[in-house]
Design a protein around this ligand. Structure first.
Ligand SMILES: [Zn+2]
Length: 119
């Protein structure tokens, strides 16, 4: 049993909610009213559900032509591909194409009160 499976078994294994294939949401052991985002592969804790897990991920920037050769005719000087990985197991969790210099695009934030009511 790996760390994630052990953590899930301690928190009702069949009831741990997921977000896509990359994340598992779990209640905090020290405060059941709070939730954390964990890697679905290794159990790494990204932080509370109030923050986008990309803020706790490893970032790699590439040219958009690295994603596809077809992009080499596009705005390669203006755009950057940002890949976000789990810092523990390197699971790819997100890819964003943005303009160079733009801040990390934060895409989601979950409300713990709403999540607790749904479970
Ligand atoms: Zn991981």
């Amino acid at each position: 049993m790996n760390d994630l499976e052990q953590q899930q078994s301690e928190v009702e294994p069949d009831r741990a909610p997921t977000v896509g294939d990359a994340f598992v949401l779990m209640r905090n052991a020290d405060d059941e009213s709070r939730w954390s985002i964990h890697c679905s592969e290794c159990g790494h804790r990204y932080g509370g559900i109030e923050n986008d897990p990309k803020l706790g991920a490893v970032l790699k920037e590439l040219s958009i032509s690295d994603l596809s050769a077809l992009n080499s005719v596009g705005m390669t000087e203006r755009l950057v591909a940002r890949q976000f990985f789990c810092p523990s197991c390197a699971l790819l969790i997100a890819v964003n194409v943005q303009q160079h210099g733009d801040p990390i695009m934060l895409e989601w934030r979950l409300d713990p009160e709403t999540l607790s009511k749904a479970r």
